[in-house]
Design a protein around this ligand. Structure first.
Ligand SMILES: C[S@@+](CC[C@H](N)C(=O)[O-])C[C@H]1O[C@@H](n2cnc3c(N)ncnc32)[C@H](O)[C@@H]1O
Length: 220
């Protein structure tokens, strides 16, 4: 599946996308919104890139959480490939200072090498057809020593009923085109490591695998 097909799959109205996302988080990822906001709000800077920002609702909540915790301002660029998603992100981020929202393919980023200090890719890598290309691009545009936080949905695990529900949601997502694939733990570790990232933090809750990777300061 290519990026154009994904953009078409993500053409639902923003209100339905947000509600659907909340249900997917609980029944497919089997994780909670607050732990996920906590995870992503820890990785922010004044030179931040948000990959696959979607409707912008999740990033707005991350920004709100950072303000609540009196963390330093998070500003930068946010990209997505689906025009319907981008229009929501533009609307939601206009009131936030220091944000630029633009259409771009995560596997072909329109930024110079080492432009960013932090990068987040929330709930999205499993929706990006060229996940390896996206990983290589994140590595390229991150400065050495910079950190990249991401999460992916694992191939469903756990109890019989919850696994059955998560399996059905994944099958539906793949049919609809909003999900490209699910991952085994080792597959995502290998993918993150492929351009040269080192994994410095990892945690699994339900079927949700959250990782923080760092770009080494000296290339080995
Ligand atoms: C499940 S949504 C998550 C969005 C947002 N981060 C959130 O948490 O609500 C996945 C997003 O990935 C975007 N996407 C998929 N493939 C992409 C690509 N190649 N480049 C940029 N964005 C892409 C989709 O348009 C969609 O907005």
């Amino acid at each position: 599946m290519d990026a154009e097909k994904v953009a078409r799959a993500y053409s639902s109205p923003n209100w339905w996308y947000d509600l659907r996302g909340f249900l997917i988080l609980h029944f497919s990822y089997r994780d909670g919104l607050i732990p996920l906001l906590n995870f992503f709000s820890r990785n922010g800077s004044a030179r931040h890139l948000e990959i696959a920002v979607g409707s912008g609702s999740f990033l707005r909540l991350v920004l709100a959480m950072r303000k609540l915790k009196r963390q330093s301002p998070m500003q930068g660029a946010a990209i997505d490939y689906a025009p319907t998603m981008l229009s929501g992100a533009l609307r939601r981020l206009t009131s936030e200072r220091g944000w630029k929202v633009e259409r771009a393919d995560a596997a072909h980023l329109p930024f110079a090498n080492e432009s960013f200090e932090t990068i987040n890719c929330a709930n999205s890598l499993h929706s990006i057809p060229d996940d390896r290309g996206a990983m290589a691009e994140a590595f390229r545009v991150l400065r050495p020593g910079g950190t990249f936080a991401l999460n992916v949905v694992l191939t469903p695990r756990g109890g019989k009923i919850s696994r059955w529900i998560a399996d059905k949601i994944a099958e539906w997502g793949i049919r609809k085109g909003i999900l490209t694939r699910t991952y085994a733990e080792k597959e995502i570790q290998a993918l993150v490591a492929s351009p040269g990232f080192e994994i410095i933090q990892a945690r699994i809750r339900g079927n949700n695998y959250c990782l923080v990777a760092r770009k080494p300061t000296a290339q080995r």
